[in-house]
Write a new protein. Structure first.
Lengths: 264, 249
């Protein structure tokens, strides 16, 4: 059930990366921008990592920048990392790859759950982010924006709609998607600096997955289905959890009584 | 010595910023090039709102400035609609800029030995003889700040004044090939002037035999000074050679 809503939300966002430039071609500038930064009416929304990088590389602090990070950070605090699972166009494509693999019976190597793996995954993510930010500081330009999957996709869509060509950056996205066949969601889980930066704003009181009852049937179907390879029964507050709700959909106990649910 | 030179080239020149090229401009309101590269998050909003498709997204051909906005004056100039400065989320384009007169993205420069009007005058005066003399005046006619940014000297010779904003419409419309008017982006000319002390220090640290030491002292110097005659004034206007590219400064 949640999956359906999520799919609708994802599709709306995915289509909008083409619709927004098209509207702008017709000079309707109500919504403008890419997923680095977007203006809806007068609300400015910007990727917090981009803004952070701009601050680091320019060594300055502008109010204009800061205001635009309010909406994504509020969203992160209230609803958790829903950007990744409910909106990010790249995530939609990885799920698409997953379904293709299922259709052609290609077995994706999905790692099994273990606690140490989670710690390692999180460490990889944060170290990647740290290295990226350090390199940004040294180079003096927002380097991590060059590997932002959603940003690249939307700016490629913009170039495609407005100038009718795509640049080589599309190859980067295609390469990542190709690699998904061999390493299950490796970009989202291990490297994506945007998602990692967002998960820093994870709030304990925000929306999270929680096992409401004491005992469940312990079928572990939620662990098997989790795209981030964590244990939804315990790790609702893990930095990796992006509130996709797959575990809630798949839980067989939910049909009888509320077992695994979104809670504030 | 060559290793030192190599290391100097690699380490002292940031490969990410400080590239200039004639006729390749930043959108109106852009801050200083170096700071622009720091602030620009490549969100492409200015590219998106540009109604004339003037602003292009820099490709791999523009080296490591991938994703940043550029105006290629030869293809499509900036028509100064002033939509882009206000949409920038990080202030890489100045938000407060609304008057097109205050834009300063570059400065036009006329190549006098190629411009048709200048050639026409030379032909009239009998300096050259090609038999193909014609009056063009396109740059004067298309300029959005006619008689302010570009004036006609002797009613025929186009001359750029300080009020030129560097929009590049004259470049786009110039009929000669190669273009006889070019836009030099703001900040590009600074390499020679800003690097004065740098150049001087290089001069000092050079080997002593390389420097020609012509010193005049006392009476000799006085004599030399008296010999200087101020009859012929130096020609300042447009009296410099345009560099095609400046990189890594």
């Amino acid at each position: 059930m949640i999956r359906r809503y999520r799919r609708i939300s994802q599709l709306i966002v995915f289509i909008s990366i083409f619709i927004i430039p098209l509207l702008n071609v017709f000079e309707i500038t109500f919504v403008k921008g890419t997923f680095y930064s977007l203006d809806i009416g007068d609300i400015a929304i910007a990727d917090p990592l981009s803004i952070f990088q701009a601050m680091i590389s320019s060594k300055s602090f502008l109010m204009v920048m800061l205001v635009s990070t309010i909406v994504p950070i509020m969203l992160m605090i209230l609803l958790g990392r829903v950007w990744c699972s409910w909106m990010c166009p790249y995530y939609l494509l990885t799920e698409f790859i997953e379904s293709i693999a299922k259709k052609f019976r290609i077995k994706l190597k999905k790692p099994t759950y273990s606690k140490t793996r989670n710690t390692k995954t999180n460490a990889t993510r944060f170290i990647t982010l740290l290295i990226g930010i350090t390199l940004t500081g040294i180079a003096g330009i927002p380097l991590l924006n060059l590997i932002s999957a959603p940003g690249l996709m939307s700016s490629q869509a913009l170039v495609l709609v407005k100038f009718h060509y795509i640049t080589f950056e599309a190859a980067f996205i295609i390469f990542l998607l190709f690699m998904e066949f061999f390493y299950y969601k490796f970009w989202c889980r291990y490297f994506c600096p945007q998602g990692t930066f967002l998960s820093l704003f994870r709030n304990k009181k925000g929306l999270r997955v929680e096992k409401v009852v004491e005992n469940c049937s312990n079928c572990y179907s939620c662990i098997r289905t989790c795209p981030m390879c964590i244990n939804p029964m315990e790790d609702g507050l893990n930095y990796l959890c992006h509130n996709c709700g797959n575990c809630i959909d798949v839980c067989p106990d939910n049909k009888k009584t509320d077992t695994l649910k979104f809670r504030f | 010595m060559s290793i030192r030179k190599f290391l100097q080239d690699i380490l002292n020149n940031n490969p990410f910023k400080g590239f200039y090229q004639v006729n390749r401009l930043r959108p109106p309101g852009a801050v200083d090039e170096k700071r622009f590269m720091e602030l620009c998050i490549r969100c492409a909003r200015c590219i998106e709102v540009c109604p004339y498709d003037s602003i292009k997204r820099a490709d791999l051909f523009e080296k490591l400035q991938i994703g940043t906005p550029y105006i290629f004056a030869k293809e499509r100039a900036c028509y100064l609609c002033m939509k882009c400065p206000s949409v920038c989320p990080t202030g890489a384009l100045d938000h407060n800029l609304v008057e097109p007169e205050k834009v300063k993205i570059g400065m036009a420069h006329i190549e006098q030995n190629r411009c048709l009007n200048y050639l026409y005058v030379k032909e009239e005066e009998g300096i050259i003889n090609t038999g193909k003399a014609q009056i063009c005046s396109t740059c004067y006619n298309v300029c959005p700040f006619q008689d302010k940014a570009i004036v006609m000297e002797k009613f025929i010779l186009p001359v750029i004044t300080e009020k030129c904003v560097g929009c590049g419409i004259c470049v786009e419309k110039c009929p000669t090939e190669p273009k006889s008017i070019n836009i030099i982006p703001t900040g590009m000319g600074n390499k020679d002037t800003a690097g004065f002390y740098y150049q001087r220090s290089k001069m000092i640290h050079k080997k002593s035999e390389e420097i020609t030491t012509d010193y005049y002292k006392g009476d000799k110097l006085l004599q030399k000074k008296q010999n200087i005659q101020a009859e012929e004034k130096p020609k300042y206007q447009n009296n410099f050679k345009v560099q095609e590219k400046i990189e890594g400064w």
